[in-house]
Design a protein around this ligand. Structure first.
Ligand code: GAR
Length: 203
């Protein structure tokens, strides 16, 4: 049984997709043991509370540095025997200490085909640039923003006259497929890293 912790800041639709995939048995042998938010009002945190999951709001304004803040979260996650940390719309940079503590056990989802368009408003960045295809990426997290070995990606075509909302919605649908899929592969021990590249065992 793998213990999953989710870090989020907002809506939490990717968290819900992972949660539902576990409930439905698509991801077997895993449970969400902890949900942490840096925002008290995050709807994703409320969803977790409503389901009786261990949920924590950790207030960044109470800590003087990113490392001090992350240390609190590390302690929570360690006490919950966390095997995998899923960032699901967690809009806060992780400290080096956090990344080292859970090395190769932190995943993130980002709404672009990385390495294109890291950072905020990835869908708007793609539209502003004029690319014809964007998409989403699940990757292991390293010390750079929206960076690290890529696990799964899905391309999404950009249509003429797409608004940021149109494109975000189409990408989000794919996010909700590839994130649970990546978690499932991790839980089934089918992901290995070689030279910073992810190999997937499909046998
Ligand atoms: C998602 O689109 C996710 O890819 C993005 O934030 C949104 C969170 O939605 N993450 C990033 O941009 C990370 N750099 P959600 O709260 O409904 O899962």
């Amino acid at each position: 049984m793998k213990n999953i912790a989710v870090l989020l800041s907002g809506r939490g639709s990717n968290f819900k997709a992972i949660y539902s995939s576990i409930e439905a048995g698509y991801i077997a042998d895993a449970r969400i043991t902890t949900v942490v938010s840096n925002k008290a009002e995050a709807p994703g945190l409320q969803f977790a509370k409503d389901r009786g999951l261990n949920s924590y709001f950790v207030n960044p304004s109470e800590y003087g540095s990113r490392t001090a803040y992350d240390t609190v979260i590390i302690d929570i996650l360690k006490s919950r025997k966390t095997d995998l940390v899923c960032l699901a719309g967690y809009m806060k940079l992780l400290s080096a200490k956090f990344v080292d503590t859970f090395k190769n056990r932190i995943m993130n989802i980002h709404p672009s085909l990385l390495p294109s368009f890291p950072g905020l408003n990835a869908q708007k960045q793609a539209l502003d640039y004029g690319v014809k295809i964007s998409g989403c990426t699940v990757h292991f997290v390293d010390k750079e923003l929206d960076h690290g070995p890529i696990i799964l990606q899905k391309a999404v075509e950009i249509k003429e006259n797409d608004t940021v909302n149109d494109l975000s919605e189409r990408i989000l649908k794919e996010e909700h497929k590839i994130y649970p899929e990546a978690v499932r592969l991790f839980v089934e021990n089918r992901l290995t890293l070689h030279n910073r590249k992810v190999n997937i065992d499909y046998s």
